[in-house]
Write a protein that binds this ligand. Structure first.
Ligand SMILES: Nc1ncnc2c1ncn2[C@@H]1O[C@H](COP(=O)(O)OP(=O)(O)OP(=O)(O)O)[C@@H](O)[C@H]1O
Ligand SMILES: [Mg+2]
Length: 262
């Protein structure tokens, strides 16, 4: 397993109990989970936090595509029994963090048996003990792979936009997760906001629904503004924090990373 050069800060004690694992979820697809998971991992690495990024979108894995990687080792090999999870770790040296890619080259991993999925979550928890943080990019929707991987983590960052379908699906994800795991630390990130004020309004809409129907108040972890540089960076298969480190979305995501370790 690769260990990035950064030394862990004294505040981080490897635990192996999933407390350092954060899932990025949304309910609705296409709201920026994968981009956000990559960028917040990159921002954490820039702060010297040893971070592992795990492609948990078993149906449509694409972390490697956004990063322009062609990994020789991935979860496909792990599920097929050719590799241990440790052997599937690849260093993304440009970003200073490690990745476990999901793409198998042999089709979707979405149909793996629940028992195998549970074992994968347990292995990830053990492997995650060697890192300060593990970020899991989940798939869209609420099917069993998404829910099972959510059982490995203590914190879920739920990404929503002001699109009504995104708000409805984010609420559905929060409701199901809260019912299945009442102790889950659920936090909200608003993405593609027209402005910080607009993002706050979107958050308040979601908060009201959570308070009214579920009697919970998930806190706001941050707002990321709409930024055309993101599309441009993804098109060039280059991380935003490398290509446009000073753009609005980069500073928004770096503020979120600071909150996650603060
Ligand atoms: N803050 C933003 N401003 C502008 N465009 C954004 C922003 N965040 C994400 N995008 C765009 O949204 C698109 C979808 O992003 P991404 O693939 O990360 O979403 P996703 O939630 O992972 O999708 P899926 O559910 O299919 O996995 C990308 O093309 C990206 O350029
Ligand atoms: Mg995605």
């Amino acid at each position: 397993m690769n260990q990035p050069g950064a030394t862990p800060s004294a505040a981080f004690v490897p635990q192996g109990n999933g407390r350092n694992m954060i899932a990025v979820a949304s309910g609705k697809g296409g709201v920026g989970k994968t981009w956000f998971a990559i960028s917040v991992t990159h921002a954490l690495a820039k702060r010297g936090v040893r971070t592992l990024l795990f492609d948990g979108d078993l149906g449509l894995a694409n972390l490697d595509i956004q990063l322009g990687l062609m990994p020789k080792r991935d979860l496909g090999g792990v599920i097929a029994g050719r590799l241990t999870l440790n052997q599937a770790v690849i260093p993304f040296e440009e970003g200073g963090f490690d990745i476990i890619a999901g793409r198998s080259g042999s089709g979707s991993l979405a149909n793996i048996p629940l028992s195998r999925l549970r074992a994968l979550g347990e292995d990830l928890t053990l492997l995650g003990a060697a890192y300060d943080k593990v970020i899991i990019d989940l798939g869209a929707g609420l099917e069993r792979t998404v829910r099972q991987l959510t059982h490995s983590v203590n914190t879920c960052l739920v990404i929503a936009t002001d699109d009504p379908a995104s708000l409805t699906d984010a609420y559905a994800f929060i409701k199901v997760t809260h019912m299945e795991q009442p102790d889950m630390d659920i936090r909200i990130v608003i993405n593609m906001a027209g402005s910080i004020r607009a993002g706050e309004r979107t958050y308040n809409t979601l908060l009201k629904a959570c308070e009214g129907f579920l009697k919970i108040s998930p806190p706001l972890t941050g707002i990321i503004r709409n930024d055309t540089n993101i599309r441009e960076a993804i098109r060039n298969q280059s991380p935003l924090l490398t290509r446009y480190p000073n753009c609005e979305a980069a500073s928004d995501v770096q503020a979120i990373a600071a909150k996650l370790v603060g």
